[in-house]
Design a binder for this molecule. Structure first.
Ligand code: BGC
Length: 719
């Protein structure tokens, strides 16, 4: 033993003397040597203890060797309330954390710098609360508008997801805490999530479903990944040999921990060999009495290793990965202190909401409010807090500013605001004539009506397992708002033409019944604890909206590619993603189907002029330059988007694909030159014949615009 350790130290020293290693490589080599030394001291039982949960959110350490327990917590937009070691503390306590906007609103900012700030808040709060891994971000592609977890996810577009996820992961990990990117992969719906076998083309896998995860690992350096519940091509994702061993750990060089989603492992040997490193789950009887050694990676893994079915080196690799993450996140030395629910963190939450709220329509420049003395605010969502809803991402903030509270506070004294509930959020509730009448009466007496509706996290605030709409374990039944909200909006519009609609929730809604009549429409997503403040500031013109849609809004559900060309929700056994790469705007633009609101769409209170485009192409890459000017009278930010169109290709390609963007802040009258680089990847497609990315030389069109359906400048290049 002593001899071995001496050998190791000697070889590390040799490498140093060689002096060919970077500082990082030297640190890594020292860490690996320490891990090897630790592994040598551990019994098999101790190693097995580390690769499965020993409470609902921890896995065991080894006390005698000074290895701590590994502690994790949901979730993607705030540190979840404590569970204790079971679920005993969930609904008690004052462990309030910052409730950040959810993934859909974060991504709507199209601002990777905010992704970093957001991640830093999470990392800092997780650290304060003694967590080692934060179970986020969630980055599954929004394949169907119905997915109950779209609110946690970011976009239908892999490039946008990639840019936002890198900032987020780096932000979390800048605090010395691990991010855990989830759910790897194709967890694109909640119905049948635990067993459905997803079948898609290799091209869709590489072009649509993988890039976000790849960026999180290869650019963001994420320390942990969570496998999805579902199967992919017949094997569970968590131990899918192709996805985990070949791609994630092989091609992408992932050196961290692949943990299971909670109770997503169903067997021992295949899961150990298929690449899962850590089995997590809960004491399902909720009393803390479940024997965690009965997990598949507990006694059964011990026996399989003892009887030689599994080589000890397989277990060692998993423990090595866990120890590596522990070293990287300072679990053996002293961490810097974290901060918790501070003013500065609330400011980040507010900033993300300000930049993530999207102005979808602004007829007659109705917004910001001017000359309005009285407002009838209508709708249960106006007065509803959302933090605790939705499932595992629930948060218990110190406070949450609702739409109603936000407007009342900001307008103090200058606006008379009445409130009527308009609809009831209860199971099966239909349009309520009495409530609608009250709302219409209030609307008729006010200068303006603001209906605040949309999706909710479910019927019941505290229970999420039996909920529909934006909730884990459930999908939305269709794209129509529940509880008679369409009837309500139509009645209010009849009573007062000066009506605007504010929509909460995780994505597309069928607005066809009233979209032409509503003066203005705002999509807020789930904007976090300061959402009501940010919304009020936008309504009153204190903040100029700059969010853009990260997901296309179809006119009706049947227009959505997963529903038109693909299968959804599948038969519970197999689900074919027949739409392939034609997800979101890739479908709408290629198949000439007009969406209600296009990907990338979002209005401002000012106007932007695009001009002077030039593209310098060199061999396999290009640099796009153009001028963006704020031609209006207020300061604002525009998300300039660059799409690539391949003029001639040997395979069918989407009409356009997003390959670069930049959020540009401009004072009134100010112009800036925007320069964006398109690297060779921007022009490639994934060839199923060659099983690799291919850049076919020829002509490409570079499209610069304000949305996928609003291209302002074009330039052709030859590569
Ligand atoms: C969810 C994960 C979550 C885990 C732990 C699962 O049900 O799918 O996203 O991190 O629970 O709460």
């Amino acid at each position: 033993m002593r001899k071995n350790i001496l050998c190791l130290v000697f070889s590390v020293c040799l490498l140093f003397v060689n002096n060919k290693l970077s500082a990082q490589q030297k640190t890594d080599a020292v860490t690996e040597a320490k891990i090897t030394a630790l592994l040598k001291k551990m019994t098999l039982e101790e190693k097995i203890g580390m690769i499965h949960g020993n409470s609902s959110f921890t896995s065991a350490g080894v006390k005698r060797l000074g290895i701590p327990e590994l502690t994790m917590s949901d979730g993607p937009h705030g540190v979840r309330p404590e569970h204790g070691r079971g679920w005993d503390l969930l609904n008690k306590g004052n462990d309030s954390s910052t409730y950040l906007p959810t993934g859909i609103t974060l991504a709507s900012t199209w601002n990777p710098t905010l992704g970093y700030a957001f991640g830093s808040v999470l990392g800092s709060e997780a650290k304060y609360r003694g967590k080692d891994i934060i179970l986020g971000p969630g980055i599954n592609i929004m394949r169907t508008p119905l997915n109950g977890r779209n609110f946690e996810y970011m976009s239908e577009d892999p490039y946008l997801v990639s840019r936002m996820v890198v900032g987020y992961v780096k932000g979390v990990q800048s605090q010395g805490i691990s991010a855990c990117v989830k759910h790897f992969l194709a967890n694109n719906q909640e119905i049948h999530r635990s067993g459905i076998n997803v079948l898609m083309s290799e091209r869709a896998l590489h072009e649509i479903y993988m890039p976000g995860f790849k960026a999180a690992i290869t650019e963001g350096g994420a320390n942990a990944v969570m496998g999805a519940y579902n199967k992919f091509r017949g094997q569970y994702c968590t131990y899918n040999d192709y996805l985990v061993n070949k791609v994630l750990k092989g091609e992408w060089g992932f050196k961290g921990v692949l943990m299971s989603d909670w109770a997503a492992i169903h067997t021992t040997k295949d899961a150990l060999l298929g690449g899962a490193d850590l089995e997590m789950g809960t004491d399902l009887d909720m009393k803390g009495t479940k024997d965690y050694n009965k997990f598949f990676f507990g006694d059964a893994a011990l026996a399989a290793t003892k009887n030689g079915e599994i080589k000890e080196s397989v277990i060692d690799d998993k423990v090595r990965r866990i120890l590596r993450v522990m070293y990287k996140t300072h679990m053996f030395d002293k961490r810097t202190p974290g901060e918790y629910a501070t003013k500065a963190h609330a400011e980040v939450a507010k900033k993300v909401a300000e930049e993530g709220i999207i102005l979808l329509k602004n007829g007659d420049n109705t917004l910001p409010l001017k000359g309005v003395k009285s407002v009838a605010m209508i709708g249960a969502n106006a007065d509803r807090e959302n933090a605790f809803g939705g499932g595992s991402s629930q948060i218990r903030p110190k406070y949450e500013v609702t739409a109603l509270a936000g407007l009342r506070k900001l307008s103090a004294g200058n606006l008379a605001i009445s409130y009527s509930q308009g609809y009831a959020i209860t199971r099966g509730a239909k349009a309520d004539d009495k409530m609608i009448q009250e709302a219409a009466d209030a609307a008729s007496k006010a200068d303006m009506a603001i209906v605040v509706g949309g999706w909710t996290h479910g019927y019941d605030y505290n229970k999420w397992s039996d909920n529909a709409y934006d909730a884990e374990d459930a999908d939305k039944p269709d794209m129509h708002m529940p509880f008679g909200q369409n009837e309500l909006i139509k009645a209010v519009l009849k009573a007062n033409k000066n009506t605007i609609v504010v929509l909460y929730g995780g994505g597309p809604i069928d607005v066809s019944q009233w979209v032409n009549d509503a003066k203005a429409i705002i999509q807020v997503g789930y904007p976090g604890q300061e959402g009501g403040t940010a919304l009020a500031e936008i309504l009153m013109g204190k903040i100029n909206p700059s969010g853009k849609l990260t997901v296309s809004w179809p006119v009706k559900l049947e227009d959505s590619p997963a529903h038109k060309l693909g299968e959804y929700p599948g038969n519970g056994i197999d689900e074919h993603y027949n739409e392939g790469i034609y997800v979101g705007y890739r479908y709408f633009d290629t198949y000439n189907v007009k969406p209600q609101f296009a990907f990338g769409h979002g209005l401002s209170y000012t106007n932007f002029k695009y001009s002077n485009v030039s593209v310098a192409a060199n061999h396999q890459a290009a640099t796009v330059t153009f001028t963006l000017k704020n031609t209006g009278t207020v300061a604002g930010a525009e998300v300039a988007q660059v799409y690539v169109h391949d003029n001639h290709s040997s395979v069918k390609r989407p009409e356009k694909e997003l390959k670069a963007f930049q959020k540009v802040f401009l004072k009134p009258g100010e112009a800036k030159t925007v320069t964006l680089k398109l690297n060779p990847d921007a022009f490639k497609y994934y060839s199923e014949d060659k099983m690799r990315w291919v850049l076919e030389p020829g002509k490409f069109e570079i499209l610069v615009g304000s949305a996928s359906d609003d291209i302002k400048l074009k330039k052709q290049i030859t590569l």
